[in-house]
Design a protein around this ligand. Structure first.
Ligand SMILES: Nc1nc2c(ncn2[C@@H]2O[C@H](COP(=O)(O)OP(=O)(O)O)[C@@H](O)[C@H]2O)c(=O)[nH]1
Ligand SMILES: [Mg+2]
Length: 454
């Protein structure tokens, strides 16, 4: 899902990525492109307009932030807007204090109710629950058979009988207590379109069982049209949430992005394939960052903002320029990285990196080793690594519990970094050469490590 939209956002953000400032015209143009992208993704027009309005508000005075670049601010605002569209936070299911917890599924025919019922039962099993499936779709004899087959696959009991949907549902509550089941999932009949009879039937089942949760099942591939039916059901049933199905077949995502705004109810679960296990709680935050194609770049930005001590960075930059950058500073840089979280998780969060780099196994032990090696050096050795001859290296290796090769590697790395920094200088990074106090903020206000993707 969201493949098209993801491509569009990648393109939109690429245009403003390296811009030091954005004029009002730039912001307007970006917002206009976002609007077009969302409409093409089949997002409801009212939802699009209200998102755009909130973005416009969020981006007033975009130049004022010191901690984030303009493009980062835009990404952050769009991300927050999408999270809100997708429902804010994920469903935190509570269970009835007087079991069973009854779950009622409703929706049109063919949207995936029966499949979702079984998937939900399987999901409850993974939560340590003991569910009972209830076949209250008595329109077609095959409907209950389908549920029984699925129930067998996941080893969950199915209750049904050829009476009436209301009787089946009522009886299933007693049956669940008799069998010691704590969750009851009721599958109901659908129609090709909304009609009075169908509504009356689902309402009666609901009244007879007082469900803790009523979920409306929506076929994602139908797009925002599917959302209109949800409104009608919500009026009749007071829905608690949406189960979005066939997400695997939907490249646009219009239903997902429209449903909360139109119906006022969040997506609770997403069904992402034919397999019983392809079913999960819907996480708005994860979805938003997936749509933006940023991996978890945003949380990385946040972490960086918090952890990175600009003064320390500015000082290091100063020293690099004046050639006094030493192993103590090198150690300090590594500690900054550590503050931001493990290096592996950091890499995995960075969007835009090739997969082989993102998934590279960088052992956090490597950082600890580097620390150990530098800590085993005397102050003089750290400040002036040139004195590190063979016997000193051996002593350090023994002290750090590593091989001399590892010590040599580190020193080579350090020398290389220093040489590179010296050769390229920091002019390109917008950092002014400073003399005097190291504590002054740099010209750009931010320290951007060489080679970073910002
Ligand atoms: N690819 C895919 N197919 C699904 C998904 N959920 C349901 N289906 C298929 O959609 C069809 C209708 O599903 P069903 O549960 O019988 O719909 P119901 O009429 O609402 O009960 C079946 O062929 C299912 O296998 C899904 O998440 N992904
Ligand atoms: Mg069915």
């Amino acid at each position: 899902m969201f493949d098209n939209l993801q491509d569009r956002f990648t393109g939109i953000f690429a245009k403003i990525k390296n811009r030091g400032r954005l004029s009002q015209a730039d912001v307007d143009e970006t917002l206009r492109e976002i609007r077009v992208a969302l409409i093409e993704a089949d997002v409801n027009i009212r939802v699009v307009n209200s998102l755009l309005e909130s973005l416009r508000e969020a981006l007033v005075g975009i130049e004022l932030s010191k901690s984030l670049s303009p493009s980062e601010q835009v990404i952050k605002a769009v991300n927050q807007g999408l999270i809100n569209l997708l429902g804010g936070t994920e469903l935190k299911l509570t269970y009835s204090s007087k079991p069973p917890t009854v779950i009622l599924l409703a929706g049109l025919q063919g949207v995936g109710k029966t499949t979702a019922a079984a998937k939900l039962a399987n999901w409850f099993k993974t939560q340590g629950r003991n569910p009972l499936l209830v076949g209250a779709d008595l329109q077609r004899p095959a409907a209950v058979d389908q549920l029984r087959v699925l129930g067998q696959q996941i080893n969950v009991a199915v209750f049904s009988e050829q009476t009436s949907p209301v009787e089946v549902a009522q009886k299933s509550i007693f049956e669940s207590r008799r069998l010691g089941k704590d969750v009851v999932i009721i599958d109901t009949a659908g129609r090709l379109a909304i009609d009075e009879e169908l509504m009356a039937e689902v309402k009666a089942v609901s009244a007879a069982t007082a469900p803790m949760y009523t979920f409306f099942v929506v076929d994602s591939m139908i797009g925002q049209d599917a959302v209109a039916t949800a409104v009608a059901f919500n009026d009749a049933l007071e829905l608690d949430g949406i189960i979005l199905t066939k997400v695997d077949g939907d490249a646009r995502g219009g239903a997902a992005l429209s449903v909360k705004g139109v119906v006022g109810k969040p997506i609770a679960f997403a069904s992402t394939g034919e397999k019983i296990t392809e079913f999960e709680i819907f996480y708005p935050e994860r979805m938003a960052s997936r749509i933006l194609g940023m991996g978890d770049m945003l949380s990385l930005i946040e972490k960086a903002e918090k952890a990175y001590d600009q003064d320390v960075a500015a000082e290091a930059a100063d020293k690099l320029m004046t050639g006094t950058f030493n192993l103590n500073d090198f150690l300090e840089q590594f500690q900054q990285i550590k503050k931001m979280g493990s290096l592996s998780s950091l890499l995995s969060m960075m969007g835009g990196l090739p997969a082989e780099v993102r998934n590279a196994k960088i052992d956090d032990k490597d950082i600890s080793k580097i620390e150990a090696i530098i800590r085993s050096m005397t102050f003089e050795e750290r400040v002036n690594p040139a004195v590190l001859n063979g016997s000193r290296r051996l002593r350090i290796a023994n002290g750090a519990g590593v091989s001399t090769t590892e010590v040599n590697n580190l020193i080579n790395q350090f020398n290389q970094a220093k040489k590179l920094a010296g050769a390229w200088g920091f002019g390109k990074l917008g950092m002014k050469k400073k003399t005097g106090s190291n504590k002054k903020k740099t010209g750009g206000g931010r320290y951007t490590p060489k080679g970073s993707k910002r």
